[in-house]
Design a protein around this ligand. Structure first.
Ligand SMILES: Nc1ncnc2c1ncn2[C@@H]1O[C@H](COP(=O)(O)OP(=O)(O)O)[C@@H](O)[C@H]1O
Ligand SMILES: [Mg+2]
Length: 427
């Protein structure tokens, strides 16, 4: 009994803020489902509704086939771990691990066995007689996880359990969580805002933004074949190129994606051709990752973009080039912000606000073009985004060069103006 089904689940907080908007989701028996999205998008709210810590405003929650909207938390057979797994400070690690079983009046021999087994799996055997205050952050989170699963719940909920740990510890514990929950076979819903954590841990990832489900699929599906521009941008390790193009079908010979100074043709044999042609005469959004653009010699045939290399950026394992190609900038389309009483979208706080204010000053623009994801370099009213190009570990250009890149058409992601995919993803 451990499937989780959310059927049109909505949460409106007192005061009217819509935190989760008609969410439909299903976690399969034994699955590790990761809920991914920016801070404030409603992940914790959703998890807390599943745990019974937050009331569901409308819609249904089914746990193991049973309608659970009104079940008390203790009747849900659910264990939860938070960012700061709170431990009993005056009990040893052993005492913390065994406490839930003692409460349930379990046989002491069984308690001993279970605690030993779990402490081995979590690599905290040496700490069993110590108090939580003497442990490292990583050890404390291990104990918190152990205490949550020691009763063998049918559902395990984790809310950003690694976000307070340093990078090395996060990687280590991430691998252990993965093997532990898979060994136990307990259905797990894991919340994070970190796309690397999601991609590495998940059986499937559900991506949320502003309370709305954006996409769901295996890590490879949502990365390579994203349902929305938001998903594509959120999962990109480097900033995704999002470009405005007008669709044309000159004499019906082929499809022309018109980027202003650049045109790219797509043959009718392309599997997406028919879907794109439905947008003839309209503007669409074209997404391409920086590694889908490859520097080529000036006289190269086939689809290319070109421009002046504005700057190069060294990232250790790679160089990125910013190419001024004169293509109109596009902002990641998002659902309307339903928050009340907040000025900013809430995802990036003062930083985002300061950034966009600076951009407005630089660009001489107005509040209407106050967008967070644009490049701040252009001047005048028609701003242009830089094309971001991955150069690998050898910078083939210098700032000021004229650069040309080949465009791999198969890697173009095509979205409508509201950010949904023009050619439906394969799921
Ligand atoms: N008790 C509450 N009352 C009103 N608004 C809330 C409450 N808890 C959370 N929110 C708001 O709901 C939104 C989603 O919050 P949360 O689920 O914590 O997001 P996440 O976990 O994705 O960061 C946020 O804008 C937050 O401010
Ligand atoms: Mg949260």
């Amino acid at each position: 009994m451990s499937t989780v089904v959310l059927d049109n689940v909505t949460k409106i907080y007192p005061g009217g803020y819509l935190a989760v908007d008609r969410m439909n989701l299903r976690a399969e028996e034994g699955e590790l489902l990761v809920l991914l999205g920016p801070s404030g998008c409603g992940k914790s709210t959703l998890l807390r509704m599943i745990a019974g810590l937050e009331e569901i405003t409308s819609g249904d929650l089914w746990l193991g086939g049973e309608l659970a909207n009104h079940l008390a938390p203790r009747d849900r057979d659910v264990a939860m771990v938070f960012q700061n797994g709170a431990l009993y400070p005056h009990r040893s690690v052993r005492g913390n691990l065994s406490f839930p079983l003692e409460i349930a009046k379990a046989d002491p021999a069984l308690v001993k066995e279970r605690v030993t087994e779990l402490s081995r799996a979590l690599h905290i055997e040496e700490t069993l007689d110590r108090r939580p205050g003497t442990l490292s952050g990583g050890q404390r989170q291990r104990v918190a996880m152990g205490r949550a699963i020691v009763r063998q719940p049918s559902l395990f909920l984790m809310d950003e359990p690694l976000s307070n740990l340093d990078a090395g510890m996060r990687t280590e514990l991430r691998m252990e969580i993965s093997s532990l929950v898979r060994a136990l076979g307990v259905t797990t819903i894991y919340v994070t805002h970190d796309q690397v954590e999601a991609l590495t841990l998940a059986d499937r990832i559900a991506i949320m933004n502003r309370g709305v489900l954006q996409d769901i699929g295996t890590p490879a599906q949502v990365y390579n074949d994203p349902a929305t521009a938001f998903t594509a941008a959120f999962l990109s390790s480097q900033q995704l190129n999002l470009l405005a193009a007008t669709v044309r079908t000159p004499q019906n010979q082929f499809i022309l994606l018109d980027f202003g100074p650049h045109q790219i043709t797509m043959p009718w044999t392309d599997p997406r051709a028919y879907a794109v042609s439905q947008h003839t005469g309209s503007q669409i959004i074209v997404g391409i990752r920086p590694d889908g653009l490859v520097p080529v010699p000036e006289k190269t045939e086939g689809p290319t973009f070109f421009g002046r290399v504005r700057t190069l950026e060294y990232h250790g394992h790679e160089w990125l080039a910013y190419l001024e190609a004169g293509i109109p900038a596009v902002v990641v389309p998002e659902p309307p912000d339903r928050r009340r009483g907040h000025v900013n979208g809430g995802q990036s706080g003062m930083n985002g606000k300061a950034r966009s204010m600076m951009r407005r000053l630089l660009n001489g623009g107005s509040a209407e073009d106050d967008h967070e994801d644009e490049q701040p370099q252009a001047s005048g009213t028609h701003r242009r985004a830089d094309l971001i190009v991955r150069l690998g570990n050898r910078p083939v250009w210098r700032a000021g060069d004229h650069g040309r890149v080949a465009v791999d058409i198969s890697r173009l992601m095509l979205f409508t103006q509201n950010g949904s995919r023009i050619d439906p993803p394969r799921r």
